[in-house]
Design a protein around this ligand. Structure first.
Ligand SMILES: [Zn+2]
Length: 241
């Protein structure tokens, strides 16, 4: 067994096989052939293959990231949310009583991991100097302030069931928001939009991020969300011709 550099602790160790996207994110579309469905635009029109994994982390670092994933899996994805944990608002709903640190670190890991990939099924994203900052936050278990690499989550209204389990890996936002760059991930009917900038303290939409008091607003993306999906579907269609 050859040792390689672990991408999280940077030590030379035996690396484990791990999935780029945690398995629980795919669950709803695990089909009869036991294949996952990940949809990719443009560069790689392939849309169907077994869970994508590669060797990136040592056993210890797998356990660190695994803790963040387990928390998100149990609290957002697998166990249904109780009515008491959700409060309806004018713009969507809010989930209460979450562990800010674990969920924020999970959000960060979801953005950071595809920046490391060497698998060509997933387009590698370039986080620039933020990749190293996020690596340290993940290793040290430091979630940062709520506006640092904040992520706002919105849902597609009246989303059809066929979008359950569909993941669109991180893509840079087409336009800056208030001068900030960002990335979008689509997971099972929800948009996760990250603002990746060093000076987000003044960002006017920071109340949409997961808050340090454990509240997570989830808002209705309305026509904005559907406009994106229509554009994305057209790109996918032209990539497959
Ligand atoms: Zn490691």
């Amino acid at each position: 067994m050859t040792n390689q550099t672990c991408k999280l602790c940077l030590e030379t160790k035996e690396l484990r096989k791990s999935h780029i996207f945690p398995e629980f994110l795919y669950k709803p579309l695990y089909d009869e052939n036991h294949q996952y469905k990940v949809l990719i635009t443009k560069n790689d029109p392939k849309d169907r293959f077994k869970g994508i994994y590669e060797k990136l982390f040592c056993e210890n670092c797998e356990a660190i990231l695994g803790e963040y994933e387990d928390y998100a899996a149990k609290n957002l994805f697998i166990n249904p949310l109780l009515e008491s944990e959700i409060k309806r608002t004018d713009t969507g709903f809010v989930i209460n009583d979450l562990d800010y640190s674990k969920l924020k670190l999970f959000q960060l890991s979801l953005l950071w991991r595809p920046s490391l990939t060497i698998r060509n099924e997933v387009r590698r994203i370039n986080l620039g100097p933020h990749a190293e900052k996020i690596r340290k936050m993940l290793l040290e278990g430091n979630p940062g302030r709520y506006f640092e690499y904040g992520c706002s989550i919105s849902y597609l209204p009246n989303r059809p069931d066929l979008l359950r389990g569909v993941i669109i890996p991180p893509h840079p936002l087409e336009e800056r928001i208030e001068g900030h760059r960002g990335f979008r991930i689509f997971i099972s009917g929800y948009f996760w939009i990250y603002i990746t900038s060093s000076h987000t303290e003044q960002y006017s939409m920071k109340p949409l991020f997961l808050n340090e008091d454990g509240t997570l607003p989830i808002f209705n993306s309305n026509s904005m969300g559907w406009n994106f999906m229509i554009k994305w579907a057209r790109e996918l269609e032209s990539a497959q011709l």
